[in-house]
Design a protein around this ligand. Structure first.
Ligand SMILES: [Ca+2]
Ligand SMILES: [Ca+2]
Ligand SMILES: [Ca+2]
Ligand SMILES: [Ca+2]
Length: 411
């Protein structure tokens, strides 16, 4: 640790909130190791922190995934401005309602490669930072890392809060049930499979182009859901029959420019097909077969009016009768409403779920045969699942990182 340097360290105590903040900077020579991503660096820090806590007889901390964006932002802010602690208003988004106690470490390390060990060891060798890392009253850690040409900038906020987290982590599906999994699409059109939202990211593969709107379904009726894409500019549909890298197995066009794709089993024959919602008309166009060979599908089997211009369409079996029907989500307010038949009429149910900007899908998260809502929140990378189609807190949550779209995958 030659060259490490403590710039400042201080602590103060408020009546209800313990505040422990420390700053640290170190200089080390560069090496040829490959650089980690910020997410890898943060996970590395959590591992080191928890190894040291367990060795000291203290319970490990859990990552506060829904608070990560604030500490990452702060690390980036320091890299562009100056090395200092957050003010209380800057820190506020990192601390949930009901915060009982918290502490903050910041560090800068002039070492752009290797893993997080140098930064963590430097912090552990400083009494104030070490006390924060090992404090038994802290149960959660929001760890944010940012790398620039000079090195790694790190912000660690530790806390405990009453009523946090608001939702438990998802648990594996109960024996004898079949629960939906999910597949994520990122901005580069890379797909990542998750097994029941519990494995933190399974196989990844590229499919389609950035900008394609993804969904999932069982195109060949073999019981396995796989991705599909809709190119909204020209109405082209690209379907893949396996969850692996490769070109589309099925290509055709349906709908018109600007349509929004929906996929599901609208006639209950066990095969999913691709239909569209035309926002300009607030009309769904449903068709129960797929096209082929770059051809057009022709007219829809039927169409019906539903919803309000600008709302985003989703599909699910909300009453468990084996037939998928349509719903709409108003991203500006979180309003969710759906029908249990593919016909014009008022919504069979409506409620508010999630926050503005959330991306909504429906899936059978708990394996009871009924599809319910889940949202992906791009701003924080969090997924929130609800086991009933009602307003309320999430029944489970997970962290998916930088994705743009989530689709439910039947097992
Ligand atoms: Ca299939
Ligand atoms: Ca069908
Ligand atoms: Ca149904
Ligand atoms: Ca369910």
């Amino acid at each position: 640790m030659n060259g490490s340097r403590i710039i400042n360290g201080w602590s103060r105590r408020l009546t209800t909130v313990a505040v422990l903040v420390s700053l640290l900077v170190a200089v080390l020579p560069l090496s040829a190791h490959a650089a980690l991503t910020p997410a890898q660096f943060e996970s590395c820090l959590l591992d080191r922190i928890n190894n040291d806590r367990v060795a000291a007889g203290v319970a490990p901390m859990r990552m506060a995934w829904d608070r990560i964006d604030t500490v990452r932002w702060w690390s980036e802010w320091m890299s562009q401005n100056t090395f200092r602690h957050m003010t209380s208003s800057e820190r506020a988004p990192a601390l949930p309602d009901g915060t009982l106690t918290w502490g903050e470490n910041i560090a800068m390390h002039y070492y752009t490669a290797g893993d997080c060990s140098y930064v963590h060891t430097m912090l552990m060798n400083s009494s104030g930072h070490r006390a924060n890392i090992l404090r038994s009253s802290f149960r959660f850690a929001a760890l944010g890392a940012h790398r620039d040409s000079s090195g790694w900038w790190v912000t660690e906020v530790f806390f405990d809060a009453f009523g946090y987290p608001s939702a438990p982590d998802p648990v594996s599906c109960e024996p004898g049930r079949e629960c939906d999994s999910v597949i994520f699409q990122d901005a580069g059109s890379q797909f990542t499979l998750w097994n029941e939202l519990t494995d933190g990211g399974g196989p990844s593969f590229y499919f389609g182009n950035p900008g394609d709107v993804s969904f999932a379904g069982d195109w060949d009726c073999d019981g396995v859901d796989t991705p599909g894409l809709y190119r909204r500019a020209d109405g082209y549909v690209y379907l893949r029959n396996s969850n692996s890298e490769g070109v589309a197995d099925i290509r055709f066009f349906f709908g018109a420019g600007g349509d929004y794709p929906v996929a599901g089993d609208f006639d209950g024959d066990g095969c999913d097909t691709v239909s569209v919602y035309r926002p300009s008309q607030a009309r769904f166009y449903i068709i129960n077969h797929l096209g082929a060979n770059d051809g057009g599908l022709g007219a829809a089997d039927y169409s019906f009016l539903f919803g309000v211009h600008g709302d985003k369409a989703f599909v699910g079996d909300f009453d468990g009768d084996g037939i998928d029907t349509v719903g709409l989500h108003r991203e500006s307010t979180g309003l969710v409403y759906y029908r249990n038949s593919n016909t014009t009429g008022v919504a069979d149910r409506s409620f508010i779920y999630g926050e503005p900007g959330d991306v909504l899908v429906a899936g059978d998260w708990n394996g009871d045969g009924v599809d319910t809502v889940g949202v992906f929140r791009p701003a924080t990378g969090m997924v929130y699942l609800r086991y009933t189609n009602t307003a309320g807190l999430a029944d489970a949550q997970a962290f998916a990182g930088q994705q743009i779209r989530m689709s439910a995958l039947n097992p």
